[in-house]
Write a protein that binds this ligand. Structure first.
Ligand SMILES: [Zn+2]
Length: 95
């Protein structure tokens, strides 16, 4: 299996794209599996779910994948600036 550089059982794991901190699978009570990525010289973490979701949508194309990451990250930044996520239930809406 290809090693994507994911980190398992990282205590302070957090996905910058869906804001999850825990593995969403009901059988696993553990931190979410994340991978460190660089975007605009910032270190971000992406969880395994978001990563494969983007990869699937990009059809394996790295440029499209990077564009999807950029789009989603910019959108999240915008919404955070507008304070929409203040009392947001991330788990409920699975953003
Ligand atoms: Zn995620």
């Amino acid at each position: 299996m290809r090693n994507f550089g994911f980190q398992y059982k990282k205590k302070d794991a957090f996905c910058n794209f869906c804001s999850r901190t825990k593995n969403p699978h009901p059988d696993f009570n553990e931190p979410i599996v994340v991978k460190k990525i660089k975007f605009n010289n910032k270190a971000l973490f992406i969880c395994i779910n978001c990563h494969f979701d983007f990869l699937e949508r990009a059809d394996g194309n790295e440029d499209v994948f990077n564009n999807l990451i950029a789009e989603k990250y910019n959108l999240i930044n915008l919404l955070q600036k507008a304070n929409i996520f203040k009392n947001f239930d991330y788990e409920k809406y699975k953003l």
